[in-house]
Design a protein around this ligand. Sequence first.
Ligand SMILES: [Zn+2]
Ligand SMILES: [Zn+2]
Length: 271
Amino acid sequence: MFLTDYHIHTRLSPDGEDSMRDMIRASAKKGIKQICFTDHCDIIKWGTEELSRDAPYILPKTLEERSKIPPDDLRDIEVRVGVELGEAHFSLETAKEIAANPEADFILGSLHVLKGYGDFFLIKYESMEHCRMLLDAYLDTLLEIAALDFFDVMAHIGYPTRYMTRAGFPLSPELGHNGDKLEALLKLLIHNGRGIEINCSGIRDGYGPFPTMEILRFYRELGGEIITVGSDAHKIRDAGVYIAEGYEILRRTGFKYITTYKKRKAEFIKI
Ligand SMILES: [Zn+2]
Ligand SMILES: [Zn+2]
Protein backbone atom coordinates (compact mmCIF):
# COMPACT_ATOMS: atom_id res chain seq x y z
CA MET A 1 0.00 0.00 0.00
CA PHE A 2 1.34 3.42 -0.97
CA LEU A 3 0.99 5.40 2.27
CA THR A 4 0.97 9.20 2.12
CA ASP A 5 0.86 11.88 4.81
CA TYR A 6 -0.42 15.26 3.64
CA HIS A 7 -0.64 17.03 6.99
CA ILE A 8 2.55 17.14 9.00
CA HIS A 9 4.36 19.84 10.97
CA THR A 10 7.98 20.62 11.84
CA ARG A 11 9.46 23.04 14.36
CA LEU A 12 8.75 25.84 11.89
CA SER A 13 5.25 25.65 13.40
CA PRO A 14 4.96 27.32 16.81
CA ASP A 15 3.61 24.05 18.27
CA GLY A 16 5.92 21.76 16.25
CA GLU A 17 8.81 20.07 18.03
CA ASP A 18 11.15 18.39 15.55
CA SER A 19 13.20 19.21 12.48
CA MET A 20 12.04 18.43 8.96
CA ARG A 21 14.84 15.90 8.59
CA ASP A 22 13.79 14.04 11.75
CA MET A 23 10.11 14.08 10.70
CA ILE A 24 11.10 12.64 7.29
CA ARG A 25 13.16 9.87 8.89
CA ALA A 26 10.43 9.01 11.41
CA SER A 27 7.78 8.90 8.64
CA ALA A 28 9.93 6.72 6.38
CA LYS A 29 10.45 4.30 9.28
CA LYS A 30 6.66 3.96 9.57
CA GLY A 31 6.46 3.04 5.88
CA ILE A 32 5.15 6.38 4.58
CA LYS A 33 6.11 6.75 0.91
CA GLN A 34 5.20 10.36 0.29
CA ILE A 35 4.73 13.28 2.66
CA CYS A 36 3.82 16.89 2.22
CA PHE A 37 4.87 19.37 4.90
CA THR A 38 2.12 21.72 6.01
CA ASP A 39 3.52 23.97 8.68
CA HIS A 40 1.16 26.46 10.28
CA CYS A 41 0.81 29.65 8.33
CA ASP A 42 -1.79 31.55 10.33
CA ILE A 43 -3.01 34.84 8.96
CA ILE A 44 -3.46 36.16 12.51
CA LYS A 45 -1.19 36.14 15.56
CA TRP A 46 -2.06 33.32 17.97
CA GLY A 47 -4.56 34.33 20.65
CA THR A 48 -5.41 37.63 18.91
CA GLU A 49 -7.28 38.83 15.85
CA GLU A 50 -4.32 40.94 14.72
CA LEU A 51 -2.68 40.14 11.39
CA SER A 52 0.54 38.13 11.65
CA ARG A 53 3.74 39.55 10.20
CA ASP A 54 5.31 36.06 9.99
CA ALA A 55 2.75 34.39 7.73
CA PRO A 56 4.36 35.32 4.37
CA TYR A 57 7.69 33.76 5.45
CA ILE A 58 6.51 30.27 6.44
CA LEU A 59 6.28 28.73 2.98
CA PRO A 60 9.64 30.15 1.78
CA LYS A 61 11.26 28.86 5.01
CA THR A 62 9.73 25.39 4.50
CA LEU A 63 11.02 25.34 0.91
CA GLU A 64 14.47 26.31 2.14
CA GLU A 65 14.46 23.51 4.75
CA ARG A 66 13.39 21.05 2.08
CA SER A 67 16.33 22.07 -0.14
CA LYS A 68 18.76 21.18 2.69
CA ILE A 69 17.61 17.56 3.12
CA PRO A 70 20.43 15.17 2.14
CA PRO A 71 19.53 12.86 -0.78
CA ASP A 72 20.20 9.81 1.41
CA ASP A 73 17.16 10.68 3.52
CA LEU A 74 14.99 10.77 0.40
CA ARG A 75 15.74 7.26 -0.86
CA ASP A 76 12.53 5.70 0.46
CA ILE A 77 10.22 8.69 0.72
CA GLU A 78 9.17 11.54 -1.53
CA VAL A 79 8.82 14.96 0.10
CA ARG A 80 6.53 17.72 -1.11
CA VAL A 81 5.96 21.14 0.35
CA GLY A 82 2.82 23.04 1.23
CA VAL A 83 1.31 24.96 4.14
CA GLU A 84 -1.62 24.76 6.49
CA LEU A 85 -3.03 28.18 5.72
CA GLY A 86 -5.11 29.10 8.77
CA GLU A 87 -7.81 31.71 9.24
CA ALA A 88 -7.83 33.02 5.66
CA HIS A 89 -11.16 34.71 6.38
CA PHE A 90 -9.29 37.38 8.41
CA SER A 91 -7.44 38.66 5.34
CA LEU A 92 -8.27 37.27 1.95
CA GLU A 93 -5.55 39.31 0.20
CA THR A 94 -2.78 37.97 2.45
CA ALA A 95 -4.05 34.38 2.07
CA LYS A 96 -4.19 34.74 -1.71
CA GLU A 97 -0.71 36.20 -1.90
CA ILE A 98 0.79 33.38 0.18
CA ALA A 99 -0.97 30.70 -1.83
CA ALA A 100 0.22 32.22 -5.10
CA ASN A 101 3.80 30.95 -4.47
CA PRO A 102 4.49 28.83 -7.58
CA GLU A 103 6.78 26.49 -5.63
CA ALA A 104 3.96 25.24 -3.38
CA ASP A 105 2.70 21.73 -4.00
CA PHE A 106 -0.33 21.91 -1.75
CA ILE A 107 -2.42 24.34 0.30
CA LEU A 108 -4.49 23.08 3.19
CA GLY A 109 -7.28 25.52 4.08
CA SER A 110 -7.77 25.54 7.79
CA LEU A 111 -9.96 27.06 10.49
CA HIS A 112 -9.05 27.20 14.19
CA VAL A 113 -10.39 30.65 15.14
CA LEU A 114 -13.94 31.96 14.97
CA LYS A 115 -14.28 35.71 14.54
CA GLY A 116 -15.59 37.17 17.77
CA TYR A 117 -15.17 33.94 19.78
CA GLY A 118 -11.45 33.18 19.45
CA ASP A 119 -9.44 29.98 19.06
CA PHE A 120 -11.35 26.74 19.75
CA PHE A 121 -8.43 25.80 21.99
CA LEU A 122 -9.09 28.86 24.19
CA ILE A 123 -12.91 29.08 24.23
CA LYS A 124 -14.60 28.36 27.59
CA TYR A 125 -17.32 25.86 26.71
CA GLU A 126 -20.37 26.30 28.93
CA SER A 127 -23.06 23.84 27.90
CA MET A 128 -24.30 21.58 25.11
CA GLU A 129 -26.40 24.51 23.76
CA HIS A 130 -23.37 26.77 23.78
CA CYS A 131 -21.37 24.12 21.89
CA ARG A 132 -24.17 23.62 19.35
CA MET A 133 -24.25 27.35 18.69
CA LEU A 134 -20.45 27.37 18.23
CA LEU A 135 -20.58 24.38 15.86
CA ASP A 136 -23.18 26.25 13.84
CA ALA A 137 -20.93 29.31 13.63
CA TYR A 138 -18.00 27.01 12.78
CA LEU A 139 -19.85 25.51 9.82
CA ASP A 140 -20.90 29.00 8.64
CA THR A 141 -17.25 30.07 8.61
CA LEU A 142 -16.16 26.86 6.82
CA LEU A 143 -18.76 27.68 4.20
CA GLU A 144 -17.25 31.15 3.87
CA ILE A 145 -13.75 29.64 3.41
CA ALA A 146 -15.03 26.97 1.00
CA ALA A 147 -16.06 29.73 -1.39
CA LEU A 148 -12.46 31.02 -1.66
CA ASP A 149 -10.19 29.82 -4.41
CA PHE A 150 -6.74 29.80 -2.81
CA PHE A 151 -6.66 26.32 -1.28
CA ASP A 152 -6.78 22.67 -2.41
CA VAL A 153 -8.22 20.76 0.54
CA MET A 154 -10.21 21.79 3.63
CA ALA A 155 -8.49 20.64 6.81
CA HIS A 156 -9.97 18.68 9.71
CA ILE A 157 -13.74 19.27 9.41
CA GLY A 158 -15.00 18.71 12.97
CA TYR A 159 -11.90 20.16 14.61
CA PRO A 160 -13.82 21.71 17.59
CA THR A 161 -14.85 18.19 18.74
CA ARG A 162 -11.47 17.71 20.43
CA TYR A 163 -11.90 20.77 22.65
CA MET A 164 -15.62 20.41 23.30
CA THR A 165 -15.14 16.77 24.33
CA ARG A 166 -12.28 17.70 26.66
CA ALA A 167 -14.58 20.25 28.31
CA GLY A 168 -17.24 17.56 28.88
CA PHE A 169 -19.43 18.25 25.82
CA PRO A 170 -18.77 15.46 23.32
CA LEU A 171 -20.22 16.98 20.16
CA SER A 172 -19.35 16.62 16.47
CA PRO A 173 -21.00 18.09 13.42
CA GLU A 174 -23.58 15.48 12.40
CA LEU A 175 -26.21 15.06 9.71
CA GLY A 176 -29.03 14.96 12.29
CA HIS A 177 -28.33 18.45 13.63
CA ASN A 178 -26.16 20.07 10.95
CA GLY A 179 -27.26 18.24 7.79
CA ASP A 180 -28.21 21.32 5.76
CA LYS A 181 -24.96 23.16 6.45
CA LEU A 182 -22.82 20.06 5.92
CA GLU A 183 -24.55 19.39 2.63
CA ALA A 184 -24.07 22.99 1.46
CA LEU A 185 -20.41 22.89 2.53
CA LEU A 186 -19.53 19.58 0.88
CA LYS A 187 -21.45 20.42 -2.30
CA LEU A 188 -19.64 23.74 -2.60
CA LEU A 189 -16.22 22.10 -2.15
CA ILE A 190 -17.06 19.46 -4.75
CA HIS A 191 -18.44 22.06 -7.16
CA ASN A 192 -15.29 24.18 -6.81
CA GLY A 193 -12.98 21.20 -7.40
CA ARG A 194 -11.62 21.17 -3.85
CA GLY A 195 -11.33 18.29 -1.45
CA ILE A 196 -11.33 17.35 2.20
CA GLU A 197 -8.85 15.43 4.34
CA ILE A 198 -9.18 12.60 6.78
CA ASN A 199 -7.22 13.90 9.74
CA CYS A 200 -5.97 10.91 11.70
CA SER A 201 -4.91 12.87 14.81
CA GLY A 202 -8.43 12.37 16.17
CA ILE A 203 -8.07 8.57 15.85
CA ARG A 204 -4.76 8.80 17.73
CA ASP A 205 -6.33 10.83 20.55
CA GLY A 206 -9.53 8.78 20.85
CA TYR A 207 -12.03 11.17 19.22
CA GLY A 208 -12.29 9.30 15.92
CA PRO A 209 -11.28 10.73 12.55
CA PHE A 210 -11.95 14.37 11.55
CA PRO A 211 -14.42 14.37 9.89
CA THR A 212 -16.50 11.49 11.23
CA MET A 213 -17.22 8.37 9.17
CA GLU A 214 -20.79 9.60 8.73
CA ILE A 215 -19.55 12.77 7.01
CA LEU A 216 -16.95 10.87 4.95
CA ARG A 217 -19.67 8.56 3.67
CA PHE A 218 -21.98 11.52 2.94
CA TYR A 219 -19.20 13.29 1.01
CA ARG A 220 -18.78 10.15 -1.16
CA GLU A 221 -22.55 9.92 -1.72
CA LEU A 222 -22.58 13.54 -2.89
CA GLY A 223 -19.87 12.66 -5.42
CA GLY A 224 -16.81 13.81 -3.44
CA GLU A 225 -13.62 12.18 -4.69
CA ILE A 226 -10.74 14.40 -3.61
CA ILE A 227 -9.42 13.27 -0.23
CA THR A 228 -5.98 13.51 1.36
CA VAL A 229 -4.80 11.62 4.42
CA GLY A 230 -2.93 13.38 7.24
CA SER A 231 -1.40 12.50 10.60
CA ASP A 232 -1.26 16.15 11.74
CA ALA A 233 1.88 15.06 13.60
CA HIS A 234 3.78 17.80 15.44
CA LYS A 235 6.55 15.53 16.76
CA ILE A 236 8.44 12.43 15.60
CA ARG A 237 6.50 10.18 17.97
CA ASP A 238 3.30 10.89 15.99
CA ALA A 239 4.77 10.83 12.47
CA GLY A 240 2.90 8.38 10.25
CA VAL A 241 0.76 7.21 13.15
CA TYR A 242 -2.74 5.93 12.22
CA ILE A 243 -2.23 6.67 8.53
CA ALA A 244 -2.89 3.01 7.60
CA GLU A 245 -6.05 3.11 9.78
CA GLY A 246 -7.11 6.26 7.91
CA TYR A 247 -6.80 4.37 4.60
CA GLU A 248 -8.90 1.54 6.06
CA ILE A 249 -11.63 3.98 7.13
CA LEU A 250 -11.66 5.48 3.64
CA ARG A 251 -12.08 2.04 2.09
CA ARG A 252 -14.95 1.32 4.48
CA THR A 253 -16.66 4.61 3.62
CA GLY A 254 -16.55 4.02 -0.13
CA PHE A 255 -13.32 5.63 -1.35
CA LYS A 256 -11.28 3.92 -4.06
CA TYR A 257 -8.52 6.54 -4.35
CA ILE A 258 -6.64 8.99 -2.19
CA THR A 259 -5.29 12.27 -3.53
CA THR A 260 -1.81 13.78 -3.59
CA TYR A 261 -0.70 17.11 -5.05
CA LYS A 262 2.25 18.25 -7.09
CA LYS A 263 2.51 21.98 -7.82
CA ARG A 264 -1.16 22.27 -6.85
CA LYS A 265 -2.29 19.62 -9.32
CA ALA A 266 -4.25 16.68 -7.95
CA GLU A 267 -3.02 13.14 -8.54
CA PHE A 268 -4.98 10.01 -7.57
CA ILE A 269 -3.60 6.82 -6.07
CA LYS A 270 -5.66 3.64 -5.84
CA ILE A 271 -6.15 2.27 -2.34
ZN1 LIG B 1 -5.06 22.59 12.03
ZN1 LIG C 1 -2.08 20.83 11.47
